[in-house]
Design a protein around this ligand. Structure first.
Ligand SMILES: Nc1ncnc2c1ncn2[C@@H]1O[C@H](COP(=O)(O)OP(=O)(O)OP(=O)(O)O)[C@@H](O)[C@H]1O
Length: 490
């Protein structure tokens, strides 16, 4: 049977010509020039980046080499010796600025090169923060590094579709990988986060109180200095138009927050510009240490305390009614004192009081003062050990919340807001050795800050008591001749 047979395929090798061989000669030259210029540009940009990132280790050797070639070895040695002597004198005269401008600069460059650049790629891959897609690796980019001695601030550009939560989950692993004690995550702007790698605690030493001021006008109720922040700045709390809640276990240092505030207010209290009202349900263990500071003071959680609270709540309403339509907010010029209500153990009044009637009355009165006291010049400073909703159901009314050492990690978010613990505000990890250390969150003011209150000792409280005690006028005894001016004229 006749069948069609396919012709044998052509088996000769087809000539393979590279595509660029077909490009006209002029275009080839043009492309070559463009490529060379591009490579040169990339090279220059990289070089500039290296100089910007490592100015000391690049510019100093360059300057030294230039000096050697231009002037010889002896002037170079002389210049280096003078530089060292200059730095030593600088460090001796002003250690702070020397550390900031010279030493931390050096540490930054050293740590960037030897820790972060060196371990970045491996750590990102092992922590699964880098991703592979169609054969291409997407890796978070290491940006600016700044060493401040106690912490390294490392800026990172995240890869597409990555969320800061991915980093929050790996905080511990990252801290171990880069040889730090802990790591915190801060969002700077879309795609960019900053990691804080903590190496030591700048708040490890207790802070003595500053000397008592004399000038009542210098007391700014919007910026009451209570201690220091981790970055070395004064820790300021706003009292005017705000309410403050301090939470911490026994011995966490709630007393130091309370007394540091009163210490700062003392000149205004003495001048009658600020009135302190205190309730200490623990029988005066805390506020009884300096009763002279208070215009009114109650040492129980029963009827007397509730009546005082209701009196204040009524005053808040009365002042608010008087201000309505006349002025919006309390001011010094009104002639009425700014009132700070200090409650040492809030829970004793509003949760642990066995008499339900008294408990409800206390809760209602405190809620009225905290929610309506802003405009008429009332501030509540409440201290409590247990922040749960069943204990303080109106936590959200406090604009500033201070988390001292806490028992349980779950309490951190209750005090500082959702997600604070995940980002690194570890109030439950504050050491027992550092009472007075706290994380503080003020509504509308970004991330929680780590702070330490001044240490107000018993001796300081005696001094405060003497400062605030009613002045006693001692009359000079009349002289027999009836001259009461005393010895001055004698
Ligand atoms: N800011 C501070 N710096 C250094 N030491 C502090 C500081 N605050 C408190 N202390 C010390 O810690 C101890 C406990 O402090 P404090 O009594 O204020 O804690 P507390 O939270 O008020 O406890 P409690 O709930 O039992 O009243 C005290 O010995 C005090 O000297």
């Amino acid at each position: 049977m006749a069948r069609w047979v396919d012709p044998a395929p052509f088996e000769g090798a087809r000539p393979r010509v590279p595509w660029w061989a077909l490009v006209p000669g002029k275009l080839k030259w043009l492309a070559l020039v463009v490529a060379v210029v591009w490579l040169a540009l990339v090279g220059v940009v990289r070089l500039v980046l290296v100089v910007v990132r490592y100015p000391v280790v690049t510019l100093v050797p360059l300057a030294a080499a230039w000096c050697w070639l231009r002037f010889g070895l002896s002037p170079l040695v002389l210049a280096l010796l003078s530089l060292t002597a200059g730095f030593t004198i600088w460090a001796g005269l002003d250690r702070g600025s020397f550390l900031r401008h010279v030493w931390f600069r050096l540490v930054t460059e050293y740590r960037r090169a030897t820790v972060y650049v060196l371990r970045w790629r491996t750590t990102m891959r092992l922590a699964e923060l880098a991703k592979d897609n169609r054969g291409r690796e997407y890796r978070p980019k290491l940006r600016r590094v700044r060493s401040e001695g106690w912490r390294d601030r490392v800026r990172v550009r995240m890869i597409p579709s990555q969320a800061p939560e991915a980093w929050e989950l790996r905080r511990d692993g990252l801290a171990h990988s880069f040889g730090a004690q802990s790591c915190r995550v801060r969002v700077l702007r879309p795609k960019v986060i900053e990691l804080d790698f903590i190496h030591s605690d700048p708040l490890a030493r207790s802070l003595p109180v500053p000397s008592l001021a004399d000038d009542a006008d210098a007391v700014d109720l919007k910026r009451v200095v209570v201690g220091r922040t981790e970055t070395g700045k004064p820790w300021r709390i706003r009292l005017q138009g705000n309410q403050v809640l301090g939470v911490g276990v026994q011995g966490a240092g709630k007393g130091s927050v309370l007394w540091s505030i009163i210490w700062h207010l003392a000149p205004a209290v003495r001048a009658g510009l600020v009135r302190l009202v205190g309730i200490d349900p623990k029988g005066g263990m805390e506020l009884g240490q300096c009763p002279d500071a208070f215009a009114r003071l109650v040492f129980d959680n029963g009827r007397e305390a509730v009546e005082l609270l209701e009196e204040l709540a009524a005053e808040v309403k009365e002042r608010a009614a008087r201000y309505r339509g006349v002025r919006r907010l309390w001011a010094h010029s009104n002639g009425e004192p700014f009132t700070v209500l200090v409650v040492d153990e809030l829970a004793d009044l509003i949760a642990y009081q066995p008499d339900k009637g008294l408990r409800d009355r206390a809760t209602r009165a405190i809620q009225t003062i905290t929610s309506q006291g802003r405009a008429p010049g009332f501030c509540v400073l409440g201290l409590v050990q247990d922040p749960r909703k069943e204990v303080v159901g109106f936590r959200h009314l406090f604009g500033t919340r201070v988390a001292l050492r806490l028992d349980e990690s779950a309490q951190v978010d209750m005090v500082l807001g959702d997600g604070a613990r995940a980002r690194g505000a570890a109030a439950h990890e504050i050491s027992e050795q550092t009472p007075g250390v706290a994380w503080v969150k003020t509504d509308g003011r970004g991330e929680p800050e780590r702070v330490r209150a001044f240490h107000v000792t018993d001796a300081d409280l005696v001094e405060l008591g003497v400062y605030l005690a009613d002045a006693t006028v001692h009359e000079f005894p009349n002289r027999p001749d009836g001259d009461a001016t005393g010895g001055a004229a004698a």
